[in-house]
Design a protein around this ligand. Structure first.
Ligand code: NAD
Ligand code: IPM
Ligand code: MN
Length: 356
């Protein structure tokens, strides 16, 4: 089995190194091949998603991705910016279903900014549509405003759109995920304002007919953001569009103690996938050896489960993470008094040891 390793920028290489150490300890014979992506791809080959990197990702059985982005590239024309690498990978590989499980490990109840009783026992799954919406809709750009009170001035514009088939396939993923859990699905939209999301709601409602065993409800995204911090345990599975899912999953991450704890799987129709932490390249802490590698290590576990058919190995990694947290080891983002502060490499090393 071949795994493409794409470390990227900022803390990407630091956290990926830990996940690779963990994978190498499992006693499996994975073939791993690395390639530059993001700012690193631009620096090496003049493009954030070099052809050889895309080819490696396409040919591999799964992709393990760190993070991309660096302030020094923010002034490049958009097509050359690091973020285009992850957007291009998602689009080119057809990774339309993004699974972001927000689980609170009991040991981290005090690390969340929310009261322990609000978050303890939290186990929700956010399913974010990943290849449509305003992220990819055309046309977009800066033009001369064609009408309105600012007619003739420059205006920026993007296009929000969802095709019926696009909504149907992510709805099926969400209903099927809910069937394997508590059988409750919340579809998050903005149907009260946006045509795109009234259509979304109508299609999800229609797909629901095929899943009578799942309880479906609909919630506006602003309310959903509020409910996520008010009573997050009321949710089981949430499904939403690309942009709302981006925002809500960062909010949900904080319920788990830190964004450094939230893994993700981005899947195509055949469960081929790319696995990455939900956070970014964290340029503010890059190179300091303090980033939390657990979201990346847990993403590697998701990779074993969803794409490589190695559920037992995934369990082993998840149990090792639990063990390390029970030992009281904490990177600074999840540190609290009475625990032991460790760096990125020590945390990775501890997970390796806990694998036994
Ligand atoms: P970010 O997620 O990189 O960082 C937000 C905050 O969370 C920072 O304070 C950071 O230090 C902290 N943080 C993130 N991951 C952490 C970890 N593992 N351990 C400890 N702390 C962690 O978001 P940002 O600052 O808005 O963006 C930085 C860059 O990353 C930008 O270029 C952005 O476009 C990019 N980005 C990339 C991805 C991706 O590659 N999929 C995701 C999000 C952001
Ligand atoms: C994420 C990130 C990306 C997104 C950016 C870096 C393009 O924020 O994976 O959540 O918006 O999808
Ligand atoms: Mn994001």
């Amino acid at each position: 089995m071949k795994i493409a390793i794409l470390p990227g920028d900022g803390i990407g290489p630091e956290i990926i190194e830990q996940a690779v150490k963990v994978l190498n300890t499992l006693g499996e014979s994975f073939e791993m091949e690395s390639a530059p992506v993001g700012g690193a791809g631009y620096a090496a080959h003049g493009h954030p998603l070099p052809e050889a990197t895309l080819k490696l990702a396409q040919e591999a059985d799964a992709v393990l991705f760190g993070a991309v982005g660096d302030w020094k590239y923010d002034t490049l024309e958009r097509s050359l910016r690091p973020e285009q690498a992850i957007l291009g990978l998602r689009k080119n590989l057809g990774l339309f279903a993004n699974l972001r499980p927000a689980i609170l490990y009991p040991e981290l109840a005090g690390a969340s900014t929310l009261k322990p009783e609000v978050v303890s026992g939290l186990d929700i799954l956010i399913i974010r549509e990943l290849t449509g919406d305003i992220y990819f809709g055309q046309p977009r750009g800066v033009r001369e405003a064609p009408d309105g009170p600012f007619k003739g001035q420059r205006e920026g514009f993007d296009t929000m759109r969802y095709a019926e088939g696009e909504i149907r396939r992510i709805a099926h993923v969400a209903f099927q995920a809910a069937q394997k859990r508590d059988k409750r699905l919340t579809s998050v939209d903005k149907a009260n304002v946006l045509e795109t999301f009234q259509f979304w709601k109508d299609i999800v409602t229609d797909v629901h007919k095929e899943y009578p065993d799942v309880a479906l409800d609909h919630m506006y995204v602003d309310n959903a953001a509020m409910q996520l911090v008010r009573a997050p345990k009321k949710f089981d599975v949430m499904v939403t569009g690309n942009m709302f899912g981006d925002i809500l999953s960062d909010a949900a991450a904080m319920l788990t103690g830190s964004i450094g704890m939230l893994p993700s799987a981005s899947l195509d129709a055949n469960n081929k996938g790319l696995y990455e932490p939900s956070h970014g390249s964290a340029p503010d802490i890059a190179g300091k050896g303090v980033a939390n590698p657990l979201a990346t290590i847990l993403s590697a576990a998701m990779m074993l489960r969803y794409s490589l058919g190695k559920a037992e190995q995934a369990d082993r990694i998840e149990n090792a993470v639990k063990k390390v947290l029970a030992q009281g080891l904490r990177t600074p983002d999840i540190y609290e008094a009475g625990t032991t502060k460790v760096g990125t490499a020590e945390m990775g090393e501890a997970v390796v040891k806990a694998l036994g």
